[in-house]
Design a binder for this molecule. Structure first.
Ligand SMILES: [Mg+2]
Length: 249
């Protein structure tokens, strides 16, 4: 049985930190993920808003498939590490993104993260009222420049075209044809992929958080805390592999 296990990273594997560079996946969780990735029946996928380099820093597991920047790029097993080993050079950002970066002018304490195909404004160090104002003004500026906007937990992402985790997951699943499909995520950008997994008969869990304390959709199952995600992963490491096939002859 092939199991496609797809996971978001921030808020799902790594607790949300004040700045993106402070986030870490606990060593025990990484060890469990490595054990799952080593199993021939498991296809591990990381679907994240991070860029490839940041995603790989958080979960350095070469056997996994990576779909960074909300699925704007998809790296098959080994490809992301190979690209990073070669220097990880990305094409330059387009003029509208550079203009947004120049004019965004975030308040002190906020920061702009540069990714491969997109930019993100992070406001976790601001007071909630100031953060909302900064995020809205950044989103309005992006829309006036014709850019696509994705709103997340204390962050606004801007890109030339809107990528979708659902599209990335559908593409990956089509190439793997798994018998079992699971996805866990914690933010509004995960909902389309979670609902799609559920429609396919898979397991989908939304991770609750102070910013998202209830399920965003009545049909979605939830995990109450990030520790429950870690326990769920740990419980599957212990699960024995499928037994040998019984011949019908
Ligand atoms: Mg997340």
């Amino acid at each position: 049985m092939t199991w496609l296990l797809a996971l978001d990273i921030d808020g799902t594997l790594a607790p949300i930190a004040e700045t993106p560079s402070d986030a870490r996946v606990p060593a025990e969780v990484l060890a469990d993920l490595r054990k799952l990735a080593a199993r021939p029946d498991v296809h591990l996928v990381f679907l994240t808003g991070r860029d490839g380099a940041a995603a790989y820093r958080l979960v350095p597991i070469p056997q996994a498939t990576f779909a960074p920047e909300h699925g704007a790029c998809i790296y098959a097993p080994g490809e992301l590490k190979a690209w990073l080993d070669e220097g990880g050079k990305a094409p330059p950002l387009g003029p509208a993104l550079l203009e947004w970066e120049k004019r965004c002018n975030p308040p002190e304490g906020a920061l702009i993260e540069r990714k491969t195909t997109s930019l993100a404004l992070h406001t976790r160090r601001l007071q909630p009222g100031d953060a909302t104002k900064a995020l809205e003004s950044a989103a309005t500026l992006a829309e006036s420049l014709g850019l696509a906007v994705l709103r997340g937990r204390g962050v606004v992402e801007v890109a030339e075209r809107l990528a979708s985790k659902r599209d990335a997951l559908e593409t990956i699943a089509a190439s793997i044809q798994p018998q079992r499909l699971s996805y866990i995520g914690d933010d509004t950008t995960d909902i389309d992929a979670l609902l799609w997994v559920q429609q396919q008969g898979g397991e989908a869990y939304f991770v609750l958080s102070p910013e998202r304390p209830t399920s965003p959709h009545p049909d979605l199952a939830t995990l109450a805390t990030i520790s429950e995600v870690w326990a769920w992963i740990g419980s599957h490491v212990q699960t024995s592999r499928a037994g040998p096939k019984i011949s019908s002859c």
